[in-house]
Design a protein around this ligand. Structure first.
Ligand SMILES: Cc1cc2nc3c(=O)[nH]c(=O)nc-3n(C[C@H](O)[C@H](O)[C@H](O)COP(=O)(O)OP(=O)(O)OC[C@H]3O[C@@H](n4cnc5c(N)ncnc54)[C@H](O)[C@@H]3O)c2cc1C
Length: 420
């Protein structure tokens, strides 16, 4: 075992993805001048994942990874970047990590940014030709090469990634079927009316969505895969995409004895149960009592915010994670955005017609704005986020300014008061 010890061990970041790369960048921006080491399983320096299911797939020619920073900016950070290297274990007693290269590395502060472990389907092997996923850039590049040739695409999973791949595949002219085990797309993330609308929206654009179904069996073939569903229906596909999302990679943290519960449990400074170890991005589970939302978020914005909060705290600056969730997705040339929480039982104020560009919905409870959804109206969603952040009551003036009027109210008296 080789041991590497700089004058001061500095910060070691495990995971060279979005939040890991952003944490390195933010540390330097906040003035951190000690060594930073970034350990990454992949061969690429940090890049952003959202384009993988969209622009990377539809690009006419192969593209570069959508890097988080330009080459010059990445070099200017003066981080020690170890690509193609996995962190295997953490020894909290000696504050060291052991790498797949056999090196043992000391840390003063450790930042875990290991993202999601892709989900798998027992009947489908990624080693078979024509079965792809879209978790990392190399997966997306391979999928792109197949997608441009494919006629019949089967996508497993109607979460955002599966839906985005479906929209990309339709844009390229393929027939698309989505298999979804739940009763409706995006069941965990959206209320019934919105996820039903998304299903119809895709169906109107030629996507065959089969909800409440799972794959019973699969026969691999060079030319054509035969997929049988649990209702005995059969589908032929020249390309199958596994788009079922993943689970937070918490094995390192769990083996090191950190508190883990659907992610690494962190406080408002993104610190784990060990003050020297932070967890950011998709794996960070914000503990109840730290910030207004207690949950784990899988989003671009959360990767940005949690990386900045951890970097600030390491630099000794006051920092508190209290961000309003915000997510966007691009499908069929439209940009859908949502912020806050969108529960099933809320008063809904709407502008325009759902499905049309410019549609906006505010979700309120007890005269407080709790969430918003919009199509091609990022500016309105940004304003909504500001109202939620400041816990401003929703007044008639705010609704009028955004052109919103009451659509549905399970709570008629509150709504009547507002519309008076
Ligand atoms: C296809 C796709 C499309 C998306 N689209 C959107 C979108 O439209 N809008 C949105 O808001 N969000 C979107 N997201 C989500 C967003 O990209 C993620 O939330 C974000 O990338 C999370 O950042 P992260 O740093 O936690 O994880 P990642 O960016 O996934 O990085 C984790 C990195 O850690 C590495 N790693 C893991 N274990 C180890 C180890 N032991 N040692 C060394 N390295 C390790 C992995 O190889 C990986 O490179 C999308 C995600 C995907 C996959």
């Amino acid at each position: 075992m080789k041991s590497e010890q700089a004058d001061t061990p500095g910060v070691v970041i495990v995971g060279a993805g979005h939040s890991g790369g952003r944490a390195a960048e933010r540390l330097r921006a906040f003035g951190y001048d000690k060594p930073i080491t970034v350990i990454g399983q992949e061969s690429h320096r940090p890049y952003e994942r959202p384009p993988l299911s969209k622009a990377v797939l539809t690009a006419k020619a192969p593209v570069e990874p959508p890097f988080l920073l330009t080459d010059d900016k990445w070099t200017a950070l003066q981080v020690k970047f170890l690509p193609n290297t996995s962190c295997l274990s953490i020894d909290r007693a000696t504050t060291t990590v052991t790498l797949s290269t056999g090196v043992r590395l000391a840390y003063e502060k450790l930042v875990l940014a290991t993202g999601l472990a892709p989900g798998s389907i027992p009947q489908l092997s990624l080693n078979d030709r024509g079965i792809c996923c879209v978790n990392a850039f190399d997966d997306a590049a391979l999928l792109r090469s197949h997608l441009h040739e494919a006629n019949n695409v089967v996508i497993v999973g109607a979460g955002f990634i599966g839906l985005e791949v479906a929209a990309s595949a339709r844009q390229l002219g393929a027939a698309v079927t989505i298999i979804e085990i739940a009763d409706r797309p995006l069941q965990r993330m959206l209320p019934m009316h919105l996820s039903n609308w998304i299903a119809d929206w895709h169906r109107d654009r030629g996507v065959d969505i089969r909800c409440g179904r799972r794959i019973a069996s699969h026969k691999p073939d060079e030319e054509c895969h035969l997929v049988t569903l649990d209702d005995d229906s059969e589908l032929k596909a020249d390309l199958i995409v596994i788009g079922i999302g993943g689970k937070p990679r918490v094995d390192l943290a769990a083996r090191a004895g950190l508190c883990v519960n659907n992610g690494v449990t962190v406080d408002a400074q993104c610190r784990s149960s060990d003050r020297n170890i932070y967890a950011i991005g998709d794996i960070a589970h914000h503990h109840p009592g730290h910030g207004r939302y207690s949950r784990r978020l899988e989003s671009w914005k959360n990767a940005e915010d949690s990386a900045a909060i951890a970097a600030k705290d390491i630099c000794g600056e006051p920092a508190r994670y209290d961000q309003i969730p915000w997510f966007w997705t691009d499908q069929f040339g439209n940009n859908l955005q949502m912020t806050g929480e969108i529960p099933d039982h809320a008063d809904i104020y709407e502008r325009g017609r759902i499905g049309e560009s410019g549609y906006l919905a505010f979700y309120t409870q007890e005269e407080q704005l709790i969430g918003a959804f919009g199509i091609d109206c990022g500016g309105d969603i940004r304003k909504a986020r500001g109202h939620i952040e400041k816990s401003r009551p929703v007044t008639r003036a705010i609704l009028d300014k955004a052109g919103l009027s009451l659509k549905i109210s399970p709570n008629v008296s509150a709504a009547e008061e507002l519309s008076a």
